[in-house]
Write a protein that binds this ligand. Structure first.
Ligand code: NAP
Length: 486
């Protein structure tokens, strides 16, 4: 795959986008296609001076952006949305090339991310205040909701477009300006979005992308600079904790979308076909590299064997391959480190008693492709039970009672997403109250929706992306008391 076949070659940019300009530097880093490990091209490293400039220009641009009428902000965002949709095929090609996901999923992500812009272009019109009762005559009490200011963010490689747009759309709608550092592994999708932001008429300084291969010093500036009011992170819990502590030095508002260890529970009364469909959707999308992937599949012992047999049939139908090949369902893992980690988790599980139903090894499709795998007899003592697998491995644990499975499901420091399959409405209500996760899918394996609050509890983070909750994260609440009113 090269970028030469794009309809709009203007989407390929190779440097940071700061204050409406492309900023080259003396030093570059390569970006690789995970399907064949070949270089797709190189990108300029952001310099410390350019990084400083990105914050200063975002700070300077914020007043004018904030003071635009809501109709103006909304119309510009809507134009950005239209341009993303108009360029969706090229954006999907860029994404598949640098991230590896199958083309159909890449197209899905482009549209999904764009939908956040469409949604928040409308929600901008509903940033309402309040007029409160007062405790003394001659007083009036107002509550205003104001944009927080300059927002910085760091995003991961697994959703190179949508993780940026889920933050940028509400931030810009609220009247904030925005700087993102995408993963060094997937900068091209972010830079293409920047190009389209400029074409949409988003003013200079309002949406900026800084790219670099050394995340630590860039993150240091984005989390500590005094002109930055808010930092929003999507990535691992380990890195999130570090960045959160850096934000403490200037008491920044923060949003943290961190790791997950989702339980998937199929009860004895589940519709088996619906449960298997849910497992396929939540486990194997993006080759198992999503924060909401079913990580531990708890299956009631009465349906265990039938569930495993049905799942095996579906899993063995999955086609592993390069994302642009017709019919590909499972692409490569992002890098050698990622596939080595999956191999290690599977090996340790097998050594300690897990059974291989299918897969468990690298695919012939290439160096970084892992076979869709099912393991049974997984136990809470195994590393695979306690770690985010981030690969196409379904690990199955048999259970006997609702009480037992709820306890096991909650036995993790993570609290992002959970899934349950049952026909019993009373049980559904018990699950909604007892599962300690920010999200719960009942008889459904794919939940995300721009109108809904995406986010986790416990060490999966804080804040929500999507819906009215998503814009709250970019607004301050200001109380105004007016006295001496005659
Ligand atoms: P990661 O290692 O935490 O990296 C995420 C981002 O942080 C990347 O841009 C990375 O840059 C940067 N980074 C790494 N170390 C840093 C440091 N010391 N200072 C500043 N920035 C640093 O996570 P990942 O492996 O890319 O992504 C997978 C993780 O993201 C999983 O845990 C997944 O569950 C989580 N995730 C969560 C959500 C959610 O909504 N909750 C959504 C998607 C993914 P480089 O890549 O350039 O090194």
């Amino acid at each position: 795959m090269s970028f030469s076949s794009l309809s709009n070659p203007e989407l390929i940019k190779n440097s940071s986008f700061i204050n409406g300009e492309w900023q080259q530097s003396q030093s570059n880093f390569d970006v690789f296609n995970p399907a064949d490990q070949k270089s797709l091209g190189y990108v300029s490293e952001v310099t410390p001076e350019q990084l400083e400039k990105s914050i200063n220009s975002a700070h300077a641009a914020q007043k004018e952006w904030r003071d635009k009428t809501v109709d103006e902000r909304s119309a510009i965002l809507r134009k950005w949305y239209d341009l993303i949709l108009a360029n969706q095929n090229d954006l999907a090609s860029i994404m598949t090339a640098e991230q590896g996901k199958p083309r159909k999923e890449a197209l899905g992500e482009v549209v999904y991310g764009a939908k956040y812009i469409e949604w928040y272009a409308e929600e901008a019109k509903r940033i309402n205040g309040d007029y409160l009762p007062v405790n003394q005559n001659g007083r009036r009490a107002l509550v205003l909701r104001r944009p927080v200011g300059v927002v910085t963010s760091i995003t991961p490689w697994n959703f190179p477009g949508a993780m940026i747009l889920r933050k940028a759309a509400p931030a810009l709608a609220a009247g904030c300006t925005f700087i993102v550092k995408p993963s060094e592994l997937t900068p091209y999708s972010a830079l293409a979005l920047a190009q389209l932001s400029a074409e949409a008429g988003i003013p200079a300084g309002v949406f900026n992308v800084v790219v670099g291969s050394n995340a630590q010093p860039i993150g240091e500036v984005l989390t500590t600079h005094p002109k930055v009011s808010k930092f929003s992170f999507t990535g691992s819990t380990q890195v999130g904790k570090k960045l959160l502590s850096q934000c403490a030095s200037t008491v920044k508002k923060t949003s943290m979308e961190l790791g997950g260890n989702a339980p998937f529970i199929a009860f004895e009364d589940a519709d088996l076909d619906v449960a298997v469909k849910g497992a396929m959707g939540s486990k194997f999308r993006n080759a198992g590299q999503t924060c909401v992937c079913a990580n531990r599949l708890f299956v009631h012992r009465d349906i265990h064997d039938e569930f495993v047999a049905k799942l095996k049939t579906k899993v063995e139908e999955l086609k592993v391959g390069e994302g642009n090949q017709e019919g590909t369902n499972v692409g490569p893992l992002i890098d050698e480190k990622a596939i080595a980690k999956v191999e290690q988790l599977v090996a340790q599980a097998i050594e300690t008693g897990a059974q291989i139903i299918t897969g468990a090894g690298r695919s012939e499709a290439g160096q970084q492709f892992y076979l869709p795998t099912i393991l049974t007899d997984v136990t809470p003592e195994m590393d695979i039970f306690n770690s985010e697998i981030f690969g196409p491995v379904a690990s199955i644990i048999s259970f006997e009672s609702e009480e037992e499975v709820i306890k096991l499901a909650n036995q993790t420091e993570y609290g992002l997403c959970s899934y349950a399959f049952t026909q019993n409405m009373n049980r559904v209500f018990r699950l909604t109250e007892q599962l300690e996760f920010g999200m719960l899918g009942i008889n459904e394996g794919v939940l995300s929706n721009p109108a809904a609050p995406f986010g986790g509890v416990k060490e999966s983070g804080m804040g929500r992306e999507g819906g009215r909750w998503g814009i709250d994260d970019y607004l301050e609440t200001k109380y105004v008391c007016i006295g001496d009113v005659k």
